[in-house]
Design a protein around this ligand. Structure first.
Ligand SMILES: [Zn+2]
Length: 409
């Protein structure tokens, strides 16, 4: 397509120039035939040139010939890894470029690295971890989620969920996002743990029906107009009453809390970086998984989030979720029905809960690039660098996949 347009453009330019600059030698023929045509068409011809070439240049610049560029991202950039140790930011960036990588998500907050990456055409996306971490439980005990039975949430392995309605934490996160955007020339910011509590990346998740803390119950009533009867005293009674009488209000409010915070973060990031994009990591559950827990428990509503999010990254970790690589594709396809925003799945390279073979990783990476996605990222750069065969197969796929037209299932 590009070649065809180039040839047409060159032909059109040469023909037009020759016609304009070199009149026919036969004066009679020139006066009777060419001159009237020239005088009639010379202005439209010149304008035609300008419009045509402006259009062709625009199409080239935006690369909108049906060959959309895809994002080939690594998640994290482990500067202490032997391959990067003692190398300059310029050398690291050039090496990543040679490996077909055009984006780093969770980029180190280091201006010389970020500047060099961007100089080499590699996008630099920061990450902001939102509602997770038991250190908040110590600093602010009120951030520990209250379950529907009144008990406080417990640690689930390494995971400690945090109540996302806590205003002090929301303010703190907005400030963190603002500082990142102000201090570093990032191309965007990815939101992690941007959701309600529950650890999902296991075979049988322990669903947490939360949170019924003071902050949540107050905000729920203030923001929806629902009034919890004063006669209800225990958390168990209150949660039962809400689920029975106002479940839709409850689920809707919970997802609004997440969207509202994302909107505020978008506001402070784009204040300093006008063109920055906002991405989000999504729990890879569909409606049929655990009784629509993606909405009722996690509170990530893709349709609503589409108003404030540019790129969705389902955490399509197939080994951790006991799925095959076909699941990665079907998850992207399902999301495409819910949003017209870009989808860049993050696929697993780590050996959890069992060894990820190179062949399996290759299948996962390719699956991440089809089904309607416009990019992919890999969890994690450390995992692929430690197992060089994975890094090499990733390089082959990334280098051979310059745009969407080149991907085949
Ligand atoms: Zn709460």
């Amino acid at each position: 397509m590009k070649l065809f347009l180039c040839l047409i453009s060159i032909f059109y330019l040469l023909a037009g120039t020759a016609f304009t600059l070199f009149p026919l030698k036969s004066k009679t023929l020139y006066i009777t035939l060419v001159k009237p045509i020239k005088s009639l068409f010379i202005l439209p011809l010149l304008f035609g040139h300008i419009i045509f070439f402006t259009l062709v240049s625009f199409l080239f610049v935006t690369k909108s010939f049906g060959e959309q560029q895809i994002t080939k991202a690594i998640y994290t950039l482990p500067l202490k890894s032997p391959i990067f140790k003692n190398k300059s930011p310029e050398q690291i960036s050039k090496y990543l470029k040679e490996c077909g990588i055009n984006a780093v998500v969770h980029v180190p907050l280091n201006n010389s690295i970020i500047n060099q990456l961007r100089k080499n055409g590699i996008k630099a996306y920061a990450e902001l971890s939102m509602f997770s971490g038991n250190y908040y439980w110590d600093e602010h005990p009120e951030s520990r989620p209250v379950l529907s039975d009144g008990h406080l949430a417990e640690m689930d392995g390494w995971y400690a969920g945090i109540c996302p309605s806590q205003q002090w934490l929301i303010n703190q996160k907005i400030k963190e996002a603002e500082n990142i955007a102000r201090e570093y020339p990032i191309d965007g910011l990815w939101l992690d743990f941007m959701r309600w509590p529950t650890r999902w990346e296991v075979k049988a998740p322990k669903i947490q029906h939360a949170c019924f803390c003071k902050s949540c119950l107050k905000r729920f009533q203030d923001e929806t107009g629902v009034r919890i009867p004063e006669a209800l005293k225990s958390t168990k009674e209150i949660s039962r009453w809400i689920y029975k009488n106002h479940s839709e209000n409850w689920y809707g409010w919970r997802s609004d809390v997440i969207v509202d915070t994302a909107k505020k973060i978008r506001g402070v990031v784009t204040k300093y970086r006008k063109d920055a994009i906002i991405g989000i990591f999504l729990v890879p559950w569909r409606e049929e998984d655990f009784d629509n827990a993606i909405y009722k428990v996690i509170g990530q509503d893709i349709e609503k989030l589409s108003k404030v999010i540019d790129v969705f990254s389902p955490m399509s970790y197939h080994l951790l979720c006991y799925r095959d690589t076909g699941w990665i594709i079907s998850l992207t396809q399902w999301m495409k029905l819910k949003t017209d925003k870009e989808i860049w799945p993050i696929v697993q390279a780590t050996d959890e809960p069992k060894k990820m073979s190179t062949e399996e990783y290759e299948k996962a990476l390719k699956a991440g690039l089809i089904g309607g996605s416009t990019g992919v990222m890999t969890l994690t750069a450390e995992a692929t660098l430690e197992d060089r065969k994975k890094w090499e197969i990733q390089k082959q796929i990334f280098v051979k996949t310059p745009h969407l037209d080149s991907i085949s299932p």
